[in-house]
Design a protein around this ligand. Structure first.
Ligand SMILES: NC(=O)c1ccc[n+]([C@@H]2O[C@H](COP(=O)([O-])OP(=O)(O)OC[C@H]3O[C@@H](n4cnc5c(N)ncnc54)[C@H](OP(=O)(O)O)[C@@H]3O)[C@@H](O)[C@H]2O)c1
Length: 251
């Protein structure tokens, strides 16, 4: 029911216009400790067509995506390009929100120490370039490796995801940012002052092999205290099992 963009959009983005901000889509599942854990994205991870739209709509709204070197190494096929079956709809959605002059796809910002960085990764190829946020050692390492002109390296004293947001905003005039980093890096965005404007939460409610659970997402308590629902909570039965989806904005 939510798989076409029109009905998805009427539900997920019903309550308001779409302001500039930091968007954090996350697919999670309850762990044995009952805390939400990020789903590790591997072949066996439960798939969801609705989650593809959730993630696609976050990228469609974004001028930039922040990811990590670890994700690029672990997910050789992860990309900012839209999935084939929803491409035309998501491109139209992007034009609606960002206007005709926006770049066709968000620009990836990669937080990394520079070790094992692949400048030919699919995300960077699809986006036509990237910005790497690292420290001086990382910049030296990447310089020695030799990078194409489409990749800009920014060295900062103490790189972390909050610095990556600052660099994107101040040096690249980026408006909306979609976060595609795991919890080790991205949970720091929830420290004070809170840098996340919207959370797009997908919860897999079925049973799951323990090795598909990644590190903990932010706590339920944090979400309840710092965010308010901006969409109804939708339960969707997918071929992979039961899921629930909800969008939150910061209170
Ligand atoms: N389900 C979902 O919604 C979702 C979303 C995103 C990710 N994931 C999953 O989450 C997992 C990855 O999450 P994670 O928490 O383990 O890792 P992560 O936070 O994505 O990445 C950690 C990496 O970030 C870079 N980094 C962090 N702090 C840095 C600093 N101060 N300076 C330079 N680089 C820094 C390093 O990259 P280098 O190692 O390159 O130096 C580090 O290894 C994957 O399994 C992925 O599939 C799931």
């Amino acid at each position: 029911m939510l798989h076409d963009l029109e009905s998805f959009r009427a539900w997920f983005f019903a309550s308001e216009s779409m302001p500039t901000g930091v968007l954090r889509p996350a697919a999670v599942a309850p762990g044995p400790d009952d805390a939400w854990h990020i789903l590790r994205i591997v072949e066996a991870t439960p798939k969801s067509a609705t989650d593809m739209l959730v993630l696609g709509s976050s990228r469609a709204r974004a001028d930039a995506v922040i990811t990590t070197g670890k994700i690029l190494r672990e997910e050789p096929d992860v990309t900012v390009a839209f999935p084939d079956h929803a491409r035309a709809d998501l491109e139209a959605f992007r034009r609606d929100v960002l206007g005709e002059n926006a770049r066709p796809l968000p620009l990836p910002f990669v937080l990394t120490s520079g070790r094992g960085f692949d400048p030919g990764h699919r995300m960077i190829r699809d986006a036509g370039g990237a910005v790497v946020v690292t420290n001086d050692d990382g910049a030296r390492r990447l310089g020695a490796q030799g990078l194409p002109d489409t990749i800009t390296v920014v060295a900062v004293d103490e790189p972390d995801i909050r610095e990556a947001v600052r660099v994107a905003r101040e040096q690249f005039e980026v408006g909306t940012i979609s976060i595609d980093a795991g919890p080790t890096a991205a949970n720091a965005l929830h420290d004070d002052p809170l840098l996340v404007d919207e959370v797009f939460l997908a919860v897999y409610e079925g049973s799951l092999a323990p090795d598909l659970l990644g590190p903990p997402f932010v706590s339920r308590r944090h979400l309840a205290r710092r965010f308010v629902p901006a969409s109804a909570r939708a339960a969707v039965d997918e071929p992979s099992g039961p899921w629930t989806f909800q969008r939150f904005v910061h209170a």
